[in-house]
Design a protein around this ligand. Structure first.
Ligand SMILES: Cc1ncc(COP(=O)(O)O)c(C=O)c1O
Length: 307
């Protein structure tokens, strides 16, 4: 498996070209000010039936459209066209591996941070093995960041835009500098929000608890997936505000996202939660991994055969 993007195809503004030839204007608002919105879409290879399945594509394109609208970027591409671009570039190449597709709509041209267009788009399929495998063995030692998650009152975490990740960056770099694997951010009310690129779940008394959608979090597709599949596991799911100390005394905790999949947290701020993946987390993880790879008939509705 070649785990690099070099010499692969990329879709840029309607053309499929070699990654090396994909260039953008360095003075564009996306380059200067991070004026872009994006999705990270996972496609999983099923080696039994030799099919590549895109996971919850429609939900990703709907969220991308909402991000475009919230930032008032020119709506150049329809939902159908955005999805077609992914199909076209993935089918140009032989992909018999898991991939993460980065699809970004950006403000091109010579304008400023307030320019609405011209809009550009790229779609970059990036080969990627199971990202959570390594951490599922090791687990994450997290800290509560001293940085607060951005809020709907300043720059909404509901918008999946490049600029929001500078808040994530501050938290992640602080965590690494202090020898933690990852950070968990509190929101401006001091309640648990999310990780730098993932959502948070904790387990208390056999209940699965996650911060509500108005707790300063991204409207995560993985979070939504877990809430829906938890019912199959007869779990009670509660969406509510979570206090910081609840994570210190919970029975299990994990972060989730398209990239992170489901990754257990072993400790927070030195408070040990677990030293292996908890039983409930494991059940959710196993079901999730079967679903995304097309091994669970009930949830085939979430999969699109990409090739
Ligand atoms: C800040 C943040 N929260 C949550 C998530 C998880 O979202 P999703 O499950 O849609 O990938 C991500 C990943 O994109 C993220 O960047």
């Amino acid at each position: 498996m070649i785990n690099t993007i070099e010499n692969r195809y990329i879709w840029l503004n309607g053309e499929i070209i070699n990654f090396k030839n994909a260039q953008i204007n360095i003075l564009s608002p996306t380059s200067q000010f991070g004026a872009n919105v994006f999705e990270g879409i996972r496609c999983y290879w099923n080696s039994d039936n030799k099919k590549l399945y895109g996971f919850r594509l429609d939900e990703h394109y709907l969220r991308l459209q909402k991000s475009i609208r919230m930032l008032k970027i020119e709506e150049k591409y329809s939902l159908k066209e955005m999805k077609q671009a992914l199909f076209d570039v993935v089918n140009k190449e032989q992909y018999d591996e898991d991939i993460a597709v980065r699809q970004t709509v950006f403000v091109d041209g010579n304008g400023s941070w307030s320019s609405k267009g011209p809009a550009g788009m790229f779609v970059a399929p990036i080969p990627k093995g199971l990202s959570s495998v390594e951490y599922n063995k090791k687990g994450l030692n997290c800290c509560i960041s001293t940085w607060r998650r951005i809020s709907d009152q300043n720059l909404s975490p509901r918008i999946k835009c490049g600029a929001n990740y500078m808040n994530s960056r501050m938290a992640q770099l602080e965590a690494w500098d202090n020898n933690y694997d990852c950070a968990i951010l509190l929101n401006e009310n001091g309640k648990l929000a999310e990780g730098p690129g993932s959502c948070l779940f904790i387990v208390r008394d056999n209940k699965l608890i996650t911060p509500s959608l108005s707790s300063s979090i991204l409207e995560s597709i993985t979070r939504d997936t877990i809430i829906q599949i938890a019912t199959d596991l007869d779990l009670i799911v509660v969406e509510r505000e979570i206090d910081r100390t609840e994570v210190y005394i919970c029975d299990e905790a994990f972060l989730c996202g398209s990239a992170m999949e489901i990754t257990p947290i072993y400790s927070v701020d030195g408070y040990e939660i677990n030293n292996k993946m908890g039983e409930i987390t494991k059940k959710i993880y196993n079901l999730y991994m079967d679903i995304v790879r097309g091994k669970n008939k009930k949830y085939m509705k979430w999969l699109t055969e990409v090739k």
